[in-house]
Design a protein around this ligand. Structure first.
Ligand SMILES: NC(=O)C1=CN([C@@H]2O[C@H](COP(=O)(O)OP(=O)(O)OC[C@H]3O[C@@H](n4cnc5c(N)ncnc54)[C@H](O)[C@@H]3O)[C@@H](O)[C@H]2O)C=CC1
Ligand SMILES: Nc1nc(O)c(N)c(N[C@@H]2O[C@H](COP(=O)(O)O)[C@@H](O)[C@H]2O)n1
Length: 214
């Protein structure tokens, strides 16, 4: 059994999560409120370490009033997370998923901060196994908030159930992080197939919602 996973991003019309200059301020205020309503509904929010190193996110519900903050999950193979990262603050529980190659002293230092560390995988975090462990811990729903590398692995492993994206009326061009990166599928037959279930205008952009066809 695994948690229900919703993938959410704000992207440019050309599918980028960030400009070549590293600017990821894509969502309008209305969209950020939509995202925080989603955050308030799920048991956990998950990101890759690339996103933590670049954005230093809080991953809490801070744009709307909410009784609770979801658990924060960071996927970090080599435990590169800085001990002063905002995602490790006391505003919510944090779980770091790492691998056997992680430094044992860093694991201890994180545990001393009250962070739960799950060792799961040899070189890269074993995401299928991680989902099973999280389910066993009572986590039934996860909002996957990127970035492109983690999104690819989650889609490729068949772990995403729903897609909810905001497309801003902007074109970034260039080679930067896109919604789904990784090695990519070679043929259309292999592609992850989606069923459109809803779309609506939000601010100057559009929200698209899909179920992943399994
Ligand atoms: N516009 C938006 O909605 C969002 C934008 N972003 C942007 O995306 C960028 C970060 O994206 P990425 O560099 O792609 O990093 P990422 O956030 O996807 O993290 C990737 C890292 O996760 C670790 N990892 C461990 N096990 C893994 C596995 N099985 N599969 C995949 N990764 C695994 C690896 O260290 C890997 O380098 C940042 O610039 C951030 O600003 C991130 C989230 C949302
Ligand atoms: N939905 C969305 N739209 C954008 O334009 C974004 N740049 C992001 N980024 C994601 O949100 C995280 C920031 O969270 P906090 O406000 O610090 O809680 C960031 O790390 C990305 O995962 N998302």
């Amino acid at each position: 059994m695994k948690p229900y996973v919703i993938s959410n991003v704000g992207m440019s019309l050309d599918g980028k999560l960030v400009t070549v200059g590293g600017d990821s301020r894509i969502s309008c205020e209305e969209d950020l409120i939509r995202v925080h309503k989603l955050r308030a509904k799920v048991d956990a929010i998950m990101v890759g370490i690339g996103t933590v190193l670049k954005d230093d996110p809080r991953l809490t519900v801070h744009k709307i009033k909410s009784e609770k903050n979801p658990i924060r999950i960071v996927v970090d193979s080599s435990l590169r997370i800085p001990l002063n990262a905002r995602v490790l603050n006391k505003e919510a529980k944090t779980i770091i998923a790492t691998t056997e190659k992680a430094n044992k002293e860093k694991i201890k230092a994180l545990e001393n901060l009250g962070v739960e560390v799950i060792v799961c995988g040899k070189e890269r975090v074993d995401l299928k196994k991680l989902m099973e462990i999280l389910y066993e811990k009572g986590i039934r729903s996860i909002l996957l908030e990127g970035g492109g590398t983690l999104n690819w692995s989650m889609f490729k492993e068949g772990l995403v159930d729903e897609v909810s994206v905001y497309i801003a009326p902007m074109i970034f061009g260039g080679k930067s992080v896109s919604y789904v990166d990784g090695e990519g599928f070679k043929s259309v037959d292999e592609a992850v197939k989606l069923k459109l279930k809803n779309f609506y205008k939000l601010g100057e952009g559009i929200v698209l919602e899909f179920d992943v066809i399994k």
